[in-house]
Design a protein around this ligand. Sequence first.
Ligand code: 48H
Length: 265
Amino acid sequence: MELRELPREVDEVTITRAIIRSAAEDWIRIADSDVVVVGAGPSGLTAARYVAEAGFRAVVFERRLSYGGGIGGGGMLWHKVVVSQPADEILREVGCRIEEAGDGVYVVDAAEMLARLATAAIDAGAKVIFGVTVEDLMYTLNPLRVTGVVVQWSAVNLAGLHVDPVAVRARAVVDCTGHDAEVLRVASKKIPEVNIEVLGERSMNAPAGERFVVEKTGEVCPGLYASGMAVCALHGGPRMGPIFGGMLLSGRKVARDVIRSLSRA
Ligand code: 48H
């Protein structure tokens, strides 16, 4: 084989230093962000793309080592999900190939939707960090405001180790954690002054659930926003099964709310 077709030799320590230096530089920037999105599912990736496109420094913390949240599982593992108008606009913007199923209903490959939403968020400038769990919030009382998140390596939590987490400041924190509404639950339990109760989602009613999630998306208290299934969990809305248009529209709506609020400040 010709030498130029072989990889250039790299010393092991060079690899280590390159990773750590670059990651540390990223984290120094991330520690003071405009927007923290918690969860890289459909609502989180969509929200992150729009706020990043508007010029805000956005980071997405994702507990797992992959994107997509519930997208990858499609509908009961069939590799497709459904969206309805006008959510197809968002899929078209990111270059998804979608199939018309009639009456404003569209079908999309789960793997393609996941990849294109993620690529579009990154291309817009959002930073996505895998393997990090948001486990708590930062706040002030006078004035009452959520001012950031407290993060830990997911692996540390899985191992049950006692390791103190670190804090990341943000002008807006968006709970896109899905059915469990994990960030809102923290606020409800640990910051009683925000005065929120997570009611828990209701049984399936797809048309009502899709509308509910978009209508109720938005700011929960200063600095804290809810999007996606977390909205159903917070306000007691019905689930909708594998139709994902509401998640995309909710991500777009929350991004618009955040952009409006941060642009005023
Ligand atoms: C870091 C976290 C944490 C944490 C969770 O579940 P998701 O896909 O969320 P949504 O709301 O964008 O989309 C919901 C949709 O996938 C769905 O489940 C639907 C439509 N169901 C309807 C029905 O009837 O069942 O993504 C949430 C992401 C996941 O990747 C989690 O790993 C991640 O958030 N996550 N990341 N810190 N504390 N909690």
